[in-house]
Design a protein around this ligand. Structure first.
Ligand code: MLT
Length: 323
């Protein structure tokens, strides 16, 4: 009798789960952005949320949960119910670097269900407009001559912009202070205002300001120039060879989210990334969209694992510690 009622209970729960998955989504979904509004992750999140609304038939509310280099926002999703209504947008910083430098209350790989890669964007080495340097070599010389007062804005200790700055220091020997903000967005405001000297920043955040002429760009941290800004030299061309860093954004859901809910959300991402309008907006921000075959949960899991295996030894060797 007990076995029978247990079986009925399990069958009911599964059918409820299946019913939920069939009617998913039946209410608005929240996408948690772990950095401040106006920054690259927020900008990419809003482009995706807007375009995924159609295929899902529900709005996606973008919520900025900032602080601790993105660990607070990502932690929020790790603890969320695996019911399909809370999405984590993150990147190399939140889901690779932070796992190497912080003693986190969650596992950056095993506590999440991969949904899909979104895009990759290189970093730009940019500086305040009035900084007295006309190319990357002069910038490095200026930094070395002003190491006591030079400042680089970051999105927090361990963020993509911070680790990229550490990489710039280790390759050039230049030294400068890191000034942490709740995101690259607020840091950019201070760079435009001349309050800080430089950023190693995602193209999605810097390109609009470079185009507006409010800051100056010295190089892109890639082997090839950006299609969206062919006038900006690569680090190799500009004389700091090997400083190659690209930041990839992706979507995850809490561990245990049903596979068919993941499949529905993945289909909405694929639909959005195939949309000419969304593609153009992302391309204008220097984003490289992965080919269709890499827009699967399995492809994200494999890439994420490979990035962890590649970068953790480097980050640990660089002795970068979370604050
Ligand atoms: C942001 O959106 O602020 C950035 O993704 C932060 C970072 O540089 O890691």
């Amino acid at each position: 009798m007990r076995k029978l009622s247990l079986a009925i209970l399990l069958a009911t729960l599964t059918s409820v789960g299946d019913a939920d998955a069939q009617t998913y989504p039946s209410r608005p979904i929240t996408m948690v952005v772990p950095y401040a509004a106006g920054g690259p992750t927020d900008t990419i999140a809003r482009i995706m949320a807007e375009r995924m609304r159609g295929p899902l038939g529900q709005i996606i509310i973008v919520e900025n949960v900032t602080g601790a280099a993105g660990t607070l926002g990502v932690g929020r999703v790790a603890r969320a119910a695996p019911d399909g209504y809370t999405i984590s947008i993150g990147h190399w910083g939140t889901h690779v670097v932070n796992g190497a430098i912080y003693a986190l209350p969650y596992d950056v790989f095993n506590d999440f269900e991969p949904v899909s890669m979104i895009a990759t964007n290189p970093q730009l080495i940019v500086a305040r407009k009035a900084l007295p340097a006309k190319d990357l070599q002069e910038l490095v010389a200026w930094l070395k001559a002003n190491s006591a007062k030079a400042t680089q804005g970051t999105a927090g200790h361990g963020s993509a912009s911070h680790v990229s700055g550490v990489y710039l220091q280790s390759i050039t020997g230049a030294r400068f202070q890191f000034v942490p903000y709740r995101g690259a967005g607020p840091a950019m405001q201070d760079l435009v205002a001349g309050q800080i000297d430089l950023m190693v920043d995602q193209a999605a955040n810097s390109l609009p300001q470079v185009r507006a002429g409010t800051i100056k760009a010295f190089a892109v941290t890639e082997k090839t120039r950006l299609a969206a800004a062919p006038e900006i030299p690569t680090v190799d061309e500009a004389g700091v060879p090997g400083l190659h860093i690209s930041i990839w954004h992706a979507l995850w859901m809490p561990k245990g989210t049903p596979k068919d809910i993941i499949a529905k959300l993945n289909a909405a991402v694929v639909d959005a990334l195939a949309d000419p309008g969304a593609r153009q907006r992302l391309a204008d921000l220097g984003q490289e969209i992965p080919p269709r075959a890499q827009q699967t949960p399995q492809a994200l899991a494999a890439y994420h694992k490979a990035e962890i295996e590649k970068w953790w030894p480097i980050i640990k060797a660089a002795n970068i510690k979370g604050e």
